[in-house]
Design a protein around this ligand. Structure first.
Ligand code: ZN
Length: 238
């Protein structure tokens, strides 16, 4: 049914176009008798633009539809108007595409720059040097009292800590935690990082969020992925 209607309306359009063409040829051949004087280009321009200010009942429209000179000018103006409009539509479409592309670019740029929760605040860089804590290596941590030399402090903030591990520490993955006592249960903050550096000095970089921590005495623990023992160092949170 819809197909039939569409076919019908297309056939109608073709018929209209054919009648219009026949009429145009008729007029252009000078086989019609226009009534009244030629209305001038400004008026024909309005007709070509299908200006709403021009009523189809206007006798000048009737003249233009039957005058070969006016018809020629009208066809010329009409094609100019159509190509101008096509250019305008094309420009608008290109403008739209550019806007969409710009919007997409903006969204993806903002997406890639959306800060992660931990990045909202810049992490404060801190360095903890445990390189002289080598005496503790190889001993179960809870049986050895760490020397006061190794006592370190961190601010109650989001910190990016570079930990210089005790000499001869093994490379690999380390778990780092800030704890209340010498157990890794319920740490205040923790993170994992791979030790890199090579040679006899290994370093790990780890982000620790100590913003919720109260100032006081805590422990910093390091645990190698293949070690069962954790090493604890006294830590002051300021
Ligand atoms: Zn005329």
């Amino acid at each position: 049914m819809l197909m039939k209607l569409r076919w019908f309306s297309r056939a109608e359009d073709r018929l209209d176009a054919w009648i219009t063409r026949q009429h145009q040829e008729h007029v252009l051949d000078g086989r019609t008798a226009p009534v009244g004087p030629c209305p001038g280009e400004a008026f024909l321009e309005g007709v070509a633009r299908q200006s709403k200010q021009i009523a189809l009942s206007d006798p000048r429209v009737d003249h233009a539809a039957n005058c070969p000179d006016c018809m020629r000018m009208l066809l010329e103006l009409r094609s100019q108007h159509l190509s101008r409009r096509r250019r305008l539509v094309f420009t608008a479409a290109v403008g739209c595409c550019l806007l969409i592309v710009a919007a997409f670019a903006m969204v993806s740029w903002r997406g890639s720059n959306t800060p992660h929760p931990a990045d909202n605040m810049a992490a404060i860089p801190e360095t903890i040097d445990l390189s002289n804590a080598g005496t503790l290596r190889g001993l179960p941590s809870n049986s050895a009292e760490p020397s006061p030399l190794q006592s370190v402090s961190l601010p109650a903030a989001l910190v990016r800590v570079k930990i210089i591990l005790p000499r001869f520490s093994r490379p690999g993955q380390y778990a780092v935690a800030v704890t209340r006592d010498q157990t890794v249960n319920d740490p205040l903050a923790h993170g994992n990082a791979a030790a890199n550096g090579g040679g006899d000095q290994e370093e790990v970089f780890v982000d620790l969020d100590l913003r919720q921590s109260r100032p006081g005495a805590y422990f910093l623990s390091t645990t190698h992925e293949q070690d069962q023992a954790s090493y604890y160092y006294p830590l002051q949170i300021k």
